[in-house]
Design a protein around this ligand. Structure first.
Ligand code: GLA
Length: 401
């Protein structure tokens, strides 16, 4: 099974390198031909919450604190959601007279250090946002271009644990030149800070991201719709072979709980993100999450697939019309499978052992991760399931002989 998987990885890699223009590969800045980031983080994909998808610029310290409280009181923190990430719009438009970033007085009057202390006291971690350009995307605060060392020092002194680094209003230089400057600055600042490259997939960051960051966006921004969600995960799938412990492909943050998709669609969203080893960053208002939302984002069996120690991104291994089979190896010779119905009608989908990397004659036990049941039947050669439009089934398959 392992050899089959290595072949599968190798072929995928050749295909990818063929697809990506060779100019891009040749043009990589010499600065990042070697590893710059050694922060020991991101052994598994990051889990937490981010303010952008639900709140955009309407953020303040009270809401961030309440979110931290809610992550703990709902049990989400215990499930692994530990990063509380402030996105755009947290700072004043002007730096102080020493050139330092200044938290926005009207919304973050106690400052970011106090917020970090609050969040740390709850056993959580605090993330912040900046931009490899002159302004952030909202244009309401400065970017870090030209201030990398100073800002990295500031973040470290505040106790920041995660930096999302956006790409707006830059100077036109290549991201392969601009982003490593912040990597070096973070290393110099001396605090392990998860470095999330938000370069939107422009220059195939999957090809160089692992040397300088812990995750890299492979796509433009997600929206809370089925079309947006499925297109993000497809774009991300192209780079599956390049994810590994320490550095992960990022198809953008979760929309589960924001109201634009059905329950089945959100279950598909969460399952596809989990098997793709994507960051699981909740993007809804966890203070007011419904029972249905909580059930989805709290599925510990699905989370365990995402956080599995083997750290191999699952990928789409077969696609026929609306039928999709996604699969990836897990520790203990197990295989995670998502059978995804991309169309509107009820259909059957079959996972075949030779598609998903299980030896042909293996007898397999199947655990349904959404029903929380191990199926009575054992399977040989294939497993077929039926699902409604836009719904999925997610299994862990375990060869027993
Ligand atoms: C960009 C990023 C988003 C978000 C916004 C904030 O669009 O891709 O994830 O951070 O900026 O302005």
């Amino acid at each position: 099974m392992e050899r089959a998987f290595i072949n599968f990885v190798f072929c995928g890699l050749l295909l990818l390198i063929g697809c990506v223009s060779s100019t891009t590969v040749r043009d990589l800045d010499p600065l990042i031909r070697r590893d710059l980031l050694a922060n020991g983080l991101a052994n598994t994909p990051p889990m937490g919450w981010n303010s952008w998808n639900h709140f955009s610029c309407k953020i303040d310290e009270k809401m961030i604190k309440e979110t931290a409280d809610a992550l703990v009181s709902t049990g989400l923190a215990k499930l692994g959601y530990k990063y509380v990430n402030i996105d755009d719009c947290w700072a004043e438009i002007a730096r102080d007279d020493k050139g330092n970033l200044v938290p926005k007085k009207s919304t973050f009057p106690s400052g970011i250090k106090a917020l970090a202390d609050y969040v740390h006291n709850k056993g959580l971690k605090l993330g912040i946002y900046s931009d490899a350009g002159y302004f952030t995307c909202s244009q309401t605060m400065p970017g870090s271009l030209g201030h990398e060392e100073q800002d990295a020092k500031t973040f470290a002194s505040w106790g920041i644990d995660y930096l999302k680094y956006d790409n707006c209003f830059n100077d036109g230089s290549k991201p392969t030149v601009r982003y490593p400057v912040m990597t070096r600055a973070l290393m110099k600042a001396g605090r392990p800070i998860f470095f999330s490259l938000c370069e939107w997939g422009d220059l195939h960051p999957a090809l160089w991201g692992a040397k300088i960051g812990n995750s890299w966006r492979t796509t433009g921004d997600i929206a809370d719709t089925w079309e947006s969600m499925t297109s993000r995960i497809d774009m991300n799938d192209v780079y599956a072979e390049l994810a590994r412990p320490g550095g992960w492909n990022d198809p953008d943050m979760l929309e589960v709980g924001n109201g634009g998709m059905t329950k089945d669609e959100y279950i598909s969203h969460f399952s596809l993100w989990a098997i793709s080893k994507a960051p699981l960053l909740i993007g809804c208002d966890v203070r007011n999450a419904t029972k249905e939302t909580m059930q989805i984002i709290s599925n510990s069996e699905v989370i365990a697939v995402n956080q599995d120690a083997l750290g191999v991104q699952g990928k789409k291994v077969r696609m026929e019309g609306d039928q999709e089979v996604w699969a990836g190896p897990l520790s203990g010779y197990r295989v995670a499978v998502v059978l995804q119905n991309r169309g509107p009608h009820r259909i059957n989908i079959t996972a075949r052992w030779d598609d998903i990397g299980i030896p042909p004659n293996s007898v397999v036990e199947a655990r349904d991760l959404w029903l929380h049941k191990t199926l009575k039947k054992q399977f040989v050669g294939h497993l077929t399931a039926t699902m409604n439009g836009h719904a999925c089934k997610m299994f862990i398959l375990k060869p027993i002989s």
